[in-house]
Design a protein around this ligand. Structure first.
Ligand SMILES: NC(=O)c1ccc[n+]([C@@H]2O[C@H](COP(=O)([O-])OP(=O)(O)OC[C@H]3O[C@@H](n4cnc5c(N)ncnc54)[C@H](O)[C@@H]3O)[C@@H](O)[C@H]2O)c1
Length: 312
Protein backbone atom coordinates (compact mmCIF):
# COMPACT_ATOMS: atom_id res chain seq x y z
CA UNK A 1 0.00 0.00 0.00
CA UNK A 2 1.08 3.60 -0.59
CA UNK A 3 0.09 6.02 2.14
CA UNK A 4 0.50 9.78 2.24
CA UNK A 5 0.66 11.05 5.83
CA UNK A 6 0.35 14.76 6.60
CA UNK A 7 1.98 15.76 9.87
CA UNK A 8 4.58 13.02 9.40
CA UNK A 9 7.10 14.80 11.66
CA UNK A 10 4.64 14.77 14.56
CA UNK A 11 4.02 12.16 17.20
CA UNK A 12 1.29 10.03 15.65
CA UNK A 13 2.61 10.59 12.11
CA UNK A 14 6.09 9.35 13.04
CA UNK A 15 4.80 6.24 14.79
CA UNK A 16 2.36 5.43 11.98
CA UNK A 17 4.91 5.94 9.23
CA UNK A 18 7.51 3.73 10.93
CA UNK A 19 4.92 1.01 11.61
CA UNK A 20 3.71 0.97 7.99
CA UNK A 21 7.26 0.99 6.61
CA UNK A 22 8.19 -1.87 8.93
CA UNK A 23 5.46 -3.92 7.21
CA UNK A 24 6.77 -3.05 3.73
CA UNK A 25 4.27 -0.33 2.81
CA UNK A 26 5.36 2.84 1.04
CA UNK A 27 4.98 6.06 3.00
CA UNK A 28 5.26 9.61 1.76
CA UNK A 29 5.17 12.18 4.53
CA UNK A 30 4.23 15.84 4.30
CA UNK A 31 5.22 18.32 6.98
CA UNK A 32 6.59 21.84 7.21
CA UNK A 33 9.44 20.92 9.53
CA UNK A 34 12.00 18.15 9.80
CA UNK A 35 11.36 15.09 11.92
CA UNK A 36 13.05 15.60 15.31
CA UNK A 37 13.57 11.86 15.96
CA UNK A 38 14.36 10.08 12.68
CA UNK A 39 15.56 10.60 9.12
CA UNK A 40 13.98 7.33 7.95
CA UNK A 41 10.64 8.74 6.80
CA UNK A 42 10.64 10.08 3.23
CA UNK A 43 8.78 13.38 3.20
CA UNK A 44 8.20 16.62 1.34
CA UNK A 45 8.48 19.95 3.09
CA UNK A 46 5.18 21.67 2.42
CA UNK A 47 3.42 24.33 4.46
CA UNK A 48 -0.20 23.27 4.15
CA UNK A 49 -1.44 26.75 5.03
CA UNK A 50 -0.02 27.98 1.74
CA UNK A 51 -1.08 27.40 -1.85
CA UNK A 52 -0.42 23.65 -2.03
CA UNK A 53 -3.40 21.84 -3.52
CA UNK A 54 -1.79 21.43 -6.97
CA UNK A 55 1.40 20.08 -5.42
CA UNK A 56 -0.49 17.63 -3.20
CA UNK A 57 -2.61 16.32 -6.08
CA UNK A 58 0.55 15.90 -8.15
CA UNK A 59 2.20 13.93 -5.32
CA UNK A 60 -0.85 11.73 -4.73
CA UNK A 61 -1.16 10.92 -8.43
CA UNK A 62 2.59 10.74 -9.12
CA UNK A 63 3.22 8.26 -6.29
CA UNK A 64 -0.05 6.41 -6.96
CA UNK A 65 -1.06 6.96 -3.35
CA UNK A 66 -3.89 4.69 -2.16
CA UNK A 67 -4.99 6.72 0.86
CA UNK A 68 -4.29 10.00 2.66
CA UNK A 69 -3.99 10.07 6.45
CA UNK A 70 -4.40 13.68 7.52
CA UNK A 71 -2.77 14.40 10.89
CA UNK A 72 -1.18 17.84 10.36
CA UNK A 73 -2.53 20.44 12.77
CA UNK A 74 -1.71 22.80 15.58
CA UNK A 75 -2.56 20.15 18.13
CA UNK A 76 -2.25 21.79 21.55
CA UNK A 77 -5.59 22.89 22.97
CA UNK A 78 -4.45 25.66 25.31
CA UNK A 79 -2.08 27.22 22.74
CA UNK A 80 -5.07 27.77 20.49
CA UNK A 81 -6.98 29.43 23.35
CA UNK A 82 -4.08 31.88 23.59
CA UNK A 83 -3.72 32.25 19.81
CA UNK A 84 -7.07 31.42 18.17
CA UNK A 85 -5.91 32.35 14.66
CA UNK A 86 -4.02 29.04 14.69
CA UNK A 87 -7.34 27.23 14.98
CA UNK A 88 -8.39 28.91 11.76
CA UNK A 89 -5.14 27.67 10.22
CA UNK A 90 -6.17 24.14 11.20
CA UNK A 91 -9.39 24.62 9.24
CA UNK A 92 -7.50 25.94 6.20
CA UNK A 93 -5.00 23.05 6.35
CA UNK A 94 -7.76 20.46 6.57
CA UNK A 95 -9.72 22.02 3.73
CA UNK A 96 -6.65 21.88 1.47
CA UNK A 97 -5.90 18.25 2.27
CA UNK A 98 -9.54 17.15 1.86
CA UNK A 99 -9.85 19.04 -1.42
CA UNK A 100 -6.63 17.42 -2.68
CA UNK A 101 -7.93 13.96 -1.78
CA UNK A 102 -11.14 14.72 -3.66
CA UNK A 103 -9.34 16.00 -6.77
CA UNK A 104 -6.94 13.05 -6.76
CA UNK A 105 -9.75 10.55 -6.10
CA UNK A 106 -8.35 8.85 -2.97
CA UNK A 107 -10.00 8.11 0.39
CA UNK A 108 -9.02 10.02 3.51
CA UNK A 109 -8.55 9.36 7.21
CA UNK A 110 -8.83 12.43 9.42
CA UNK A 111 -7.26 12.73 12.87
CA UNK A 112 -9.96 14.39 14.93
CA UNK A 113 -10.27 14.62 18.68
CA UNK A 114 -12.42 13.86 21.71
CA UNK A 115 -12.50 17.66 22.06
CA UNK A 116 -15.42 17.71 19.58
CA UNK A 117 -17.66 16.38 22.39
CA UNK A 118 -17.01 19.40 24.61
CA UNK A 119 -16.71 19.19 28.37
CA UNK A 120 -19.83 17.14 28.95
CA UNK A 121 -19.61 14.91 32.01
CA UNK A 122 -20.95 11.57 30.85
CA UNK A 123 -20.09 8.18 32.16
CA UNK A 124 -18.73 7.08 28.78
CA UNK A 125 -18.96 8.87 25.45
CA UNK A 126 -20.05 7.16 22.26
CA UNK A 127 -19.82 8.63 18.77
CA UNK A 128 -23.49 9.61 18.68
CA UNK A 129 -22.96 12.02 21.59
CA UNK A 130 -21.32 14.75 19.46
CA UNK A 131 -23.48 17.82 19.70
CA UNK A 132 -21.91 20.50 17.59
CA UNK A 133 -23.53 23.40 19.45
CA UNK A 134 -20.95 22.63 22.15
CA UNK A 135 -17.42 23.83 21.32
CA UNK A 136 -15.17 24.04 24.32
CA UNK A 137 -12.27 25.84 22.64
CA UNK A 138 -11.03 27.17 19.28
CA UNK A 139 -9.21 23.82 18.88
CA UNK A 140 -12.56 21.97 19.28
CA UNK A 141 -14.06 24.35 16.73
CA UNK A 142 -11.27 23.55 14.28
CA UNK A 143 -11.83 19.79 14.63
CA UNK A 144 -15.62 20.15 14.35
CA UNK A 145 -15.07 22.18 11.20
CA UNK A 146 -12.60 19.64 9.81
CA UNK A 147 -15.10 16.85 10.40
CA UNK A 148 -17.86 18.92 8.78
CA UNK A 149 -15.77 19.38 5.61
CA UNK A 150 -15.16 15.64 5.47
CA UNK A 151 -18.86 14.84 5.89
CA UNK A 152 -19.88 17.41 3.29
CA UNK A 153 -17.33 16.06 0.79
CA UNK A 154 -18.64 12.53 1.32
CA UNK A 155 -22.16 13.83 0.76
CA UNK A 156 -21.53 16.00 -2.32
CA UNK A 157 -18.62 14.23 -4.03
CA UNK A 158 -18.67 10.68 -2.65
CA UNK A 159 -15.27 11.05 -0.92
CA UNK A 160 -14.80 7.94 1.27
CA UNK A 161 -13.53 8.65 4.79
CA UNK A 162 -12.89 7.49 8.31
CA UNK A 163 -12.74 10.09 11.07
CA UNK A 164 -10.85 8.97 14.18
CA UNK A 165 -11.36 10.81 17.45
CA UNK A 166 -8.16 10.39 19.46
CA UNK A 167 -7.63 11.00 23.16
CA UNK A 168 -4.36 11.72 25.05
CA UNK A 169 -2.07 9.56 22.97
CA UNK A 170 1.30 8.95 24.66
CA UNK A 171 4.28 6.62 24.72
CA UNK A 172 6.90 7.20 22.00
CA UNK A 173 8.16 10.09 19.83
CA UNK A 174 6.19 12.53 21.96
CA UNK A 175 8.92 14.25 23.98
CA UNK A 176 9.74 17.27 21.78
CA UNK A 177 8.54 19.40 24.66
CA UNK A 178 10.31 22.57 23.51
CA UNK A 179 7.86 22.62 20.57
CA UNK A 180 4.78 21.29 22.33
CA UNK A 181 4.15 20.42 25.95
CA UNK A 182 2.16 17.24 26.42
CA UNK A 183 1.19 16.19 29.88
CA UNK A 184 2.63 12.66 29.94
CA UNK A 185 6.19 13.25 28.63
CA UNK A 186 6.30 16.58 30.50
CA UNK A 187 5.53 14.88 33.81
CA UNK A 188 7.97 12.06 33.03
CA UNK A 189 10.77 14.54 32.39
CA UNK A 190 10.02 16.74 35.39
CA UNK A 191 9.53 13.91 37.86
CA UNK A 192 12.71 12.22 36.62
CA UNK A 193 14.64 15.47 37.15
CA UNK A 194 13.15 15.92 40.64
CA UNK A 195 11.33 19.11 39.53
CA UNK A 196 7.97 20.03 41.05
CA UNK A 197 4.93 19.52 38.82
CA UNK A 198 1.62 21.35 38.66
CA UNK A 199 -1.59 19.46 37.96
CA UNK A 200 -4.12 21.69 36.23
CA UNK A 201 -7.40 20.13 37.33
CA UNK A 202 -7.26 17.62 40.16
CA UNK A 203 -10.75 16.53 39.16
CA UNK A 204 -9.86 15.70 35.54
CA UNK A 205 -10.52 12.15 34.36
CA UNK A 206 -9.18 11.39 30.90
CA UNK A 207 -8.79 8.44 28.57
CA UNK A 208 -5.06 7.90 27.96
CA UNK A 209 -4.21 5.91 24.82
CA UNK A 210 -0.90 4.08 24.47
CA UNK A 211 0.60 4.84 21.07
CA UNK A 212 0.67 1.24 19.80
CA UNK A 213 -3.07 0.86 20.42
CA UNK A 214 -3.72 4.10 18.53
CA UNK A 215 -1.50 3.01 15.63
CA UNK A 216 -3.10 -0.45 15.40
CA UNK A 217 -6.50 1.25 15.19
CA UNK A 218 -5.41 3.62 12.41
CA UNK A 219 -3.68 0.75 10.60
CA UNK A 220 -6.92 -1.29 10.65
CA UNK A 221 -8.76 1.80 9.43
CA UNK A 222 -6.35 2.11 6.50
CA UNK A 223 -6.84 -1.56 5.57
CA UNK A 224 -10.63 -1.46 5.89
CA UNK A 225 -11.10 1.85 4.09
CA UNK A 226 -8.83 0.99 1.15
CA UNK A 227 -10.57 -2.38 0.75
CA UNK A 228 -13.97 -0.67 0.87
CA UNK A 229 -15.15 -2.93 3.74
CA UNK A 230 -15.61 0.10 6.02
CA UNK A 231 -16.25 3.64 4.88
CA UNK A 232 -17.80 6.90 6.02
CA UNK A 233 -17.52 6.17 9.72
CA UNK A 234 -16.55 8.26 12.73
CA UNK A 235 -14.83 6.22 15.39
CA UNK A 236 -13.47 6.82 18.89
CA UNK A 237 -9.92 5.52 19.22
CA UNK A 238 -8.84 5.42 22.85
CA UNK A 239 -8.26 2.83 25.58
CA UNK A 240 -11.77 3.08 27.00
CA UNK A 241 -10.87 3.74 30.65
CA UNK A 242 -10.69 6.93 32.71
CA UNK A 243 -7.72 7.92 34.85
CA UNK A 244 -7.10 11.04 36.90
CA UNK A 245 -3.93 13.08 36.52
CA UNK A 246 -3.04 12.04 40.07
CA UNK A 247 -3.19 8.44 38.92
CA UNK A 248 -0.97 9.30 35.95
CA UNK A 249 1.58 10.90 38.29
CA UNK A 250 1.52 7.87 40.60
CA UNK A 251 2.24 5.49 37.69
CA UNK A 252 5.09 7.71 36.44
CA UNK A 253 6.63 8.02 39.91
CA UNK A 254 6.41 4.25 40.41
CA UNK A 255 8.03 3.58 37.03
CA UNK A 256 10.85 5.99 37.85
CA UNK A 257 11.12 4.92 41.48
CA UNK A 258 10.96 8.47 42.86
CA UNK A 259 8.68 10.58 45.05
CA UNK A 260 6.90 13.32 43.03
CA UNK A 261 6.37 16.89 44.28
CA UNK A 262 2.87 17.87 43.20
CA UNK A 263 0.80 21.05 43.50
CA UNK A 264 -2.61 21.75 42.04
CA UNK A 265 -4.27 24.55 40.10
CA UNK A 266 -7.62 24.90 38.38
CA UNK A 267 -8.07 23.52 34.85
CA UNK A 268 -7.15 25.94 32.09
CA UNK A 269 -9.91 27.48 29.97
CA UNK A 270 -10.98 25.36 27.01
CA UNK A 271 -9.94 22.04 28.53
CA UNK A 272 -12.10 18.95 28.65
CA UNK A 273 -12.11 17.68 32.24
CA UNK A 274 -13.93 14.36 31.86
CA UNK A 275 -13.77 11.95 28.95
CA UNK A 276 -13.94 8.19 28.79
CA UNK A 277 -14.41 6.76 25.31
CA UNK A 278 -16.88 4.09 24.35
CA UNK A 279 -14.74 2.06 21.93
CA UNK A 280 -17.45 -0.46 20.97
CA UNK A 281 -17.68 0.90 17.43
CA UNK A 282 -13.92 0.55 16.87
CA UNK A 283 -14.11 -2.98 18.22
CA UNK A 284 -17.03 -3.93 15.99
CA UNK A 285 -15.92 -2.26 12.76
CA UNK A 286 -12.16 -2.61 12.99
CA UNK A 287 -11.55 -5.52 15.37
CA UNK A 288 -9.87 -2.99 17.66
CA UNK A 289 -8.67 -4.45 20.96
CA UNK A 290 -6.52 -1.98 22.88
CA UNK A 291 -3.85 -3.89 24.77
CA UNK A 292 -2.21 -1.40 27.07
CA UNK A 293 -3.78 0.14 30.18
CA UNK A 294 -2.18 3.30 31.55
CA UNK A 295 -0.34 1.41 34.30
CA UNK A 296 1.50 -0.67 31.66
CA UNK A 297 1.80 2.05 29.04
CA UNK A 298 3.59 4.40 31.42
CA UNK A 299 6.19 1.74 32.15
CA UNK A 300 6.80 1.37 28.40
CA UNK A 301 6.91 5.15 27.89
CA UNK A 302 9.51 5.57 30.65
CA UNK A 303 11.48 2.64 29.26
CA UNK A 304 11.48 4.16 25.77
CA UNK A 305 12.73 7.50 27.07
CA UNK A 306 15.48 5.77 29.06
CA UNK A 307 16.60 3.58 26.14
CA UNK A 308 16.59 6.53 23.75
CA UNK A 309 18.81 8.43 26.19
CA UNK A 310 16.31 11.14 27.10
CA UNK A 311 16.37 10.33 30.82
CA UNK A 312 19.43 10.06 32.99
N1 LIG B 1 -1.72 13.21 20.28
C1 LIG B 1 -2.95 13.26 20.80
O1 LIG B 1 -3.15 12.92 21.97
C2 LIG B 1 -4.12 13.73 19.97
C3 LIG B 1 -5.39 13.74 20.56
C4 LIG B 1 -6.47 14.18 19.80
C5 LIG B 1 -6.28 14.57 18.48
N2 LIG B 1 -5.03 14.56 17.93
C6 LIG B 1 -4.86 15.01 16.54
O2 LIG B 1 -4.10 14.03 15.82
C7 LIG B 1 -3.24 14.68 14.90
C8 LIG B 1 -1.79 14.24 15.17
O3 LIG B 1 -1.45 14.57 16.51
P1 LIG B 1 0.05 14.58 17.02
O4 LIG B 1 0.00 14.35 18.47
O5 LIG B 1 0.88 13.70 16.17
O6 LIG B 1 0.43 16.12 16.77
P2 LIG B 1 1.85 16.74 16.44
O7 LIG B 1 1.81 18.19 16.77
O8 LIG B 1 2.93 15.93 17.06
O9 LIG B 1 1.93 16.56 14.86
C9 LIG B 1 1.29 17.44 13.97
C10 LIG B 1 2.23 17.73 12.84
O10 LIG B 1 1.59 18.63 11.93
C11 LIG B 1 2.58 19.46 11.40
N3 LIG B 1 1.99 20.69 10.87
C12 LIG B 1 1.35 21.66 11.58
N4 LIG B 1 1.03 22.67 10.75
C13 LIG B 1 1.46 22.32 9.52
C14 LIG B 1 1.42 22.97 8.25
N5 LIG B 1 0.91 24.20 8.10
N6 LIG B 1 1.95 22.34 7.18
C15 LIG B 1 2.52 21.10 7.33
N7 LIG B 1 2.60 20.46 8.49
C16 LIG B 1 2.06 21.06 9.58
C17 LIG B 1 3.50 19.75 12.59
O11 LIG B 1 4.79 20.19 12.17
C18 LIG B 1 3.53 18.41 13.30
O12 LIG B 1 4.66 17.65 12.90
C19 LIG B 1 -3.45 16.18 15.07
O13 LIG B 1 -4.35 16.61 14.09
C20 LIG B 1 -4.06 16.30 16.44
O14 LIG B 1 -4.89 17.43 16.55
C21 LIG B 1 -3.94 14.14 18.65
Amino acid sequence: MKVLITGSSGMIGTNLALRLMQDGHTVLGVDYRNNPWTDCIPFRTIDLRKDCIGRLVELIKGFEIDIVVHLAAHAKVYELVVEPSRALENVVITFKVVESARLAGVPIIFGSSREVYGDIHRHVTNEGCADFVVAESPYSASKISGEAFIYSFAQCYGLPYIVFRFSNVYGRYDNDLERMERVTPLFIRKIAQGDPIVIFGKEKVLDFTYIDDCIEGIYSGIRELTSGRVKNQTINLAYGEGNSLDQLVTFIAEALGVEPQVSYRASQPGEVTRYVADVTKARELLGYHPQTPLSEGIKKAVQWQKEAGYLA
